[in-house]
Design a binder for this molecule. Structure first.
Ligand code: NAD
Length: 546
């Protein structure tokens, strides 16, 4: 199968813009996929549809779908078109949900091997993936916050060690570079490294660590921001640096450590040898992967003891090590409680818009709209200054901007207005990551170390999804398993704004409630930023004193 290209322009293949917009989002997700032939979008095995027959059936159903009908998708396979109403979602999706006791790795893969379910990650299975345009800002914010906290400024003159140049990993280098630092990234897949060099995500490539480190030090001394890749196993790199006292300012990891069989690569094998062993002897592969991840976490801890700022960036590497008996893995903090929670407390998260017309001028017009709506938001404006260079367009032009409660609704209504007046050349889809203020229960990441201990309470993403259905979002999805199986429940949403009054009304409700339930979730947990924000927010939260 060739790479799917998203539809662009004014011509509708569906019966309305809402259906067409969702179809373009699905096509765009697959256009940006890491392995489109397998429908794998990112995160090792995160898919957009269960199989090719399901994908064809989804596309056919979207072509036919009426304005008062809803397509129902069960783990990447369409199962029905149901009569609903004009303001109901056009697509409802549930991906990878198992009853809690059955949500084990063995059971999940037994079922997916039998063709009964699929892994949807976050934006893969809810058709909101926008390639490297997506994750860069969250990563930029995380490194900016880490640098601010640890060094009282940016990353100029600092070396940041990380690993993995997959869909989620490659933005790490860009984010370090945007913050002025030198990124050193271990990635075993040489073809991917070259691909990243061609796309500008990597500046220089090294086969051996000593040369890479020397170059990183030279660049850091000169205060030059650069991204270096080294084609070595991440565990070996971290271990050798720790063992020889070469200490990066920050060390983290973005390999697919949440999946030690399909994502993470064992030491002492080339990328190709690892692929062959995975097929020939998965058990042997897993044992070697387990040994490597234990060494990897020990090396990160050693770097931490020697002065690196070390954090986990959401790939469950600590949990993998903990499961295998590593006693100190939790000494590595997670990035959400460290750096992101204050934003989540005020409903600030990864709001993004996708220009369904395919027009870059539309994206640029929306950049200007965001600047003029929020001139005092310094972080947003700094981001917009640098974003055009660091987020090359992949598929449909898109922009992600972390916006808070209040800001999201204002931006959505402005977008719909610009569509209605013809200042934009076509409708716009607004969507977001599931990693957001009110849409996720993920006790090793988004909800790690909540102040009231409510990390594993999964009511909130369900409430979030139901609110988005009630508000008339165009697509609403509920997922399990963003990382390890059984590890999370999350919700996704997309609203297509076609400039009509109905879109205005739907945007008014959805982009109020979607972040508002996040503020309420964080206030109920006692997050200080949420408690401070709530009283003047206009959100009618109910406080029950027992
Ligand atoms: P991916 O599988 O596409 O890429 C991982 C890369 O790491 C691959 O290119 C692989 O070759 C490389 N790799 C694996 N093990 C290695 C090793 N030991 N040494 C060197 N290279 C190695 O995955 P992705 O989509 O980039 O996601 C990476 C991780 O991030 C996943 O665990 C995913 O769940 C997690 N994630 C985090 C966030 C977040 O917000 N922080 C969001 C989504 C996903």
């Amino acid at each position: 199968m060739g790479r799917l290209s998203p539809g662009v322009g004014q011509e509708l293949r569906c019966r309305g813009w809402r259906q067409e917009g969702i179809l373009r989002m699905l096509e765009n997700t697959l256009h940006n996929a890491e392995r489109p032939e397998d429908l794998v979008v990112y995160g090792g095995i995160g898919k957009a549809a269960r199989d090719h027959a399901s994908l064809d059936a989804i596309i056919a159903a979207l072509h036919d779908l009426g304005d008062t009908e809803t397509l129902v998708v069960q783990s990447g396979r369409p199962v029905a078109v149901m009569p609903t109403s004009l303001v109901a979602p056009r697509v409802l999706i549930a991906n990878a949900n198992l009853v809690p006791r059955a949500a084990t790795r063995e059971e999940f893969f037994r079922l997916s091997d039998a063709g009964l379910t699929m892994h949807g990650q976050y934006t893969a299975g809810s058709w909101a993936y926008i390639g490297g345009q997506g994750i860069v800002q969250g990563t930029f914010e995380t490194f900016a916050a880490a640098a601010e906290r640890a060094f009282g400024g940016d990353l100029r003159g600092r070396i940041v060690l990380t690993a993995g140049l997959g869909g989620m990993g490659q933005p790490q280098g860009r984010a370090v570079r945007m913050n002025g630092g030198v990124a050193l990234i271990a990635e075993l897949n040489r073809a991917l490294v070259e691909q990243r060099r061609a796309s500008g995500a990597v500046d220089e490539v090294f086969d051996d660590l000593d040369s890479a480190w020397r170059r990183a030090e030279e660049l850091a001394r000169a205060g030059t921001a650069r991204v270096l890749a080294v084609t070595q196993n991440a565990a070996d790199v971290a271990e050798r640096l720790a063992g020889t006292g070469r200490i990066p300012a920050i060390a983290t990891d973005q390999t697919s450590a949440h999946d030690l069989l399909n994502g993470y690569l064992p030491a002492a094998l080339t990328f190709e040898e690892a692929g062959r062993l995975r097929l020939a002897d998965p058990e042997a592969y897993l044992r070697r992967s387990e040994a490597t991840v234990l060494r990897h976490v020990s090396a990160l801890l050693s770097l931490q003891r020697q002065g690196s700022v070390v954090f986990e960036y959401g790939n469950d590497i600590r949990q993998a090590a903990r499961r295998l008996g590593h006693e100190d893995a939790d000494a590595i903090p997670g990035f959400v409680p460290e750096y992101i929670r204050p934003s989540f407390g005020v409903g600030r998260g990864p709001f993004r818009w996708v220009c369904l017309s395919g027009s870059i001028a539309d994206r640029d017009r929306l950049d200007r709209a965001a600047r003029s709506l929020f001139p005092d938001d310094a972080r947003l404006n700094t981001w917009l200054d640098r974003a055009a260079d660091e987020t090359p367009i992949e598929g449909l032009p898109a922009r992600i901007c972390w916006l808070g409660h209040g800001q999201r609704r204002a931006m959505a209504l402005e977008i719909n207005r610009l569509v209605s007046t013809g200042e934009l050349s076509g409708p716009v889809a607004i969507t977001r990551d599931h990693l957001d203020s009110g849409s996720c229960a993920y006790p090793t990441r988004e909800t790690e170390k909540m102040p009231d201990g409510s990390d594993v309470i999964a009511d909130w993403p369900y409430l979030n999804a139901m609110l988005n259905v009630a508000g008339g979002a165009d697509l609403v999805a509920i997922h399990q398993n963003a990382g390890i199986i059984g590890g999370s429940v999350s919700a996704g949403m997309t609203v297509v704004l076609d400039g009509t009054d109905v879109s205005d009304a739907r945007a008014r409700i959805c982009f109020e409630n979607d972040p508002a339930i996040g503020v309420v979730r964080h206030a109920s947990a006692g997050v200080p930023e949420a408690l401070a924000y709530l009283p003047g927010s206009g959100i009618r939260a109910i406080e029950v004193v027992a």
